[in-house]
Every structure is written in C-alpha cells, then in structure tokens.
Ligand binder design. Structure first.
Ligand code: NAP
Length: 273
C-alpha cells in the first residue's frame, strides 16, 4: 500500500457521512487535510478529530451547489501547497417524481453532483500535469449509476455522469503517476436518506446497508490500489452485475420495489443550517 504520510488531500462533503469517514481514514494515514462543505461547525468538529491524529486539517466552508464556487475553494486549498489527493464526495439526491420538486433543487443537484465534480477534477489534473509524485482522484458515484431508478431520475443520471467521466479519466491517466477511481456505494447509513425524503426501504435494501466507515475504508483502499471502479459490499456487487443480465425495464421496476415509496411530507430545506 502507498505511504501517504505528509501528502495533502481535499475532501468535499466532509461535514458528515462518507466524506467525514474518508477524512478520518486519511488522517489516520498521516494525510494533511483540506475539508469542505457548507456547515462550518460540523467541519470544525471533524477537523479537530483529524488534527488530534497529528495532521493539519484546514476548514474551507463552500457551497458547491453555487456556480463558480470551486474557484475560491481551489485557491484556498492550494495556498499552502499542492493537493495530492482530490476526493469528490459531496452530493445529494431526492426521492420524489421528477418535476415535483422546485427547479432550484434540480439546478443545485446538477451543479454539485456534476459541475463541481468536473471542475475540481479538471483543476486537480491540470495542476498535477508533469508532476512526478503520486496523485489520486476519487469520485463518489452510486450503484444507481448502473440502472434507471424511478423517483431518483436526476440523481442517478448525475451518478451515471460521475461513473462514465471517472472511468474515462482512469484510462486517460494510465501510465502516469496519477490515477482516477470511481467508487459506487450502495445504501450507506448517513444523513443522505433523510435529506432525500427516502427510507421506507424493503428488507433487501436494509440488509445491504453499510456504515459510512465501512464504505470509506473500502473506497480509500480501492483508490490506493489504483482501481478503475469499485462497488463496496457483496449484495451491491451482485446487484450491479445482475442488472446486466435482465432487461432495463425490469431493473427499473425492481428498483421501485426495493426502494419503496417516498416518505410523505415536505423535503428538508436545501440550506446549510
Ligand atoms: N448514503 C448512501 O446511501 C449513498 C449511496 C450511494 C452514493 N452516495 C453518495 O455518497 C456521497 C456522500 O453522501 P453521504 O451518504 O455521506 O451523505 P451525507 O451525510 O448527506 O453527506 C453529504 C455531504 O455533502 C455535502 N453537501 C451537500 N450539499 C452541498 C453543497 N451544496 N455544497 C457543498 N457541500 C454539500 C454535505 O455537507 P453540508 O450539508 O454541510 O454542505 C455533506 O458533507 C454523495 O455523493 C452521495 O450521493 C451515498
């Protein structure tokens, strides 16, 4: 396994869930961190936990759902030195029929899940061009990237982008000191589900749920091993393999059954509060 001691990582969506767990995992490996998300208090608490492991942990609050936000983030993140690991983890979805939520939420989803991933990947890879040291790009997609998912149409389409984009980058980077890895988690116990207005899942969805720590550990391992794509968890792997063997309409029908109905009531506000 690569020795990461003294390297510097940017982790987006580090205020909770998988991003916070990735930050802790990297801190334990001696990686200095730049942590970003909207909620400054949560970020500061996670940065303090990481700093207690003997690394520096800089907090840069940013709303990556806003056009142009990656520029100021990247400038702040690289002020004290180059970034060696770029972890594009921030993302959100909603579990409602398309068109039933406000258009601003769709625009933020596209900005955060697609545009910010593209912009930060670009800034990172352009900055690393010609450098001789190892560099790692890790983009978090979803098993939803493998099939259509009713009630998550836009979210899963955004993850199709992340998967295809990152796999292509992986192949472009072959033979260079940089690598790009796409990790496709299945259900993971985080704030994601409450934020999405989801959670009335079938037994099979609940049985395959993993912790954010398990997901983060395998994501970091896959990145360090230079994997192209990695799906954490056996049931998730089988599901992504299985959809290749059935008609696409059947996979979509099955997803509707596995994920159940949207939770009634209004979706949580898209604010950092
Ligand atoms: N949990 C699952 O079942 C699951 C399954 C497949 C894929 N994933 C993917 O895993 C990634 C992490 O999600 P999670 O499960 O850990 O959920 P989470 O706990 O809700 O974390 C999402 C992170 O994204 C940040 N974020 C949200 N909106 C943002 C914005 N506008 N600007 C900047 N940061 C923003 C959040 O921070 P703030 O709210 O502080 O901004 C938070 O740190 C996402 O890309 C998600 O799509 C999750």
């Amino acid at each position: 396994m690569v020795d990461l001691t003294g390297m510097r990582a940017l982790v987006t969506g580090a205020s909770s869930g998988i991003g916070a767990a990735i930050a802790r995992d990297l801190a334990a490996r001696g990686v200095h961190l730049v942590l970003t998300a909207r909620r400054k208090d949560q970020l500061t608490a996670i940065a303090a936990e990481c700093a207690a492991m003997g690394v520096t942990a800089q907090v840069v609050p940013a709303d990556l759902g806003t056009p142009g936000a990656t520029e100021a983030l990247w400038t702040a993140a690289t002020a004290d030195g180059p970034i060696d690991l770029c972890i594009n983890n921030a993302g959100f979805g909603y579990f409602r029929p398309f068109g039933e939520v406000e258009a601003e939420r769709d625009a933020e989803l596209v900005q955060l899940n697609i545009t910010a991933v593209m912009e930060l990947s670009r800034r990172f890879l352009v900055a690393r061009k010609g450098a001789t040291g190892r560099a790692f790009l890790l983009n978090i997609a979803s098993i939803g990237a493998y099939q259509a998912v009713p009630n998550m149409a836009l979210y899963t389409a955004s993850k199709v982008f992340v998967r295809n984009f990152t796999e292509a980058l992986h192949d472009e980077l072959r033979g260079t000191p940089a690598s790009a890895t796409c990790v496709c988690p299945g259900g993971t116990r985080t704030e994601f589900h409450a934020q999405a207005g989801a959670g009335n899942y079938s037994w099979i969805a609940n049985a395959s749920m993993m912790s954010a720590e398990q997901c983060a550990r395998s994501a970091v391992r896959a990145m360090l091993a230079g994997r192209r794509t990695y799906i954490p968890g056996l049931i998730n792997k089988l599901s992504c393999f299985g959809v290749r063997l059935v008609p696409r309409w059947f996979a979509s029908w099955m997803a509707r059954r596995v994920l159940g109905k949207p939770r009634p009531g209004a979706l949580p506000q898209r604010s950092a509060a």
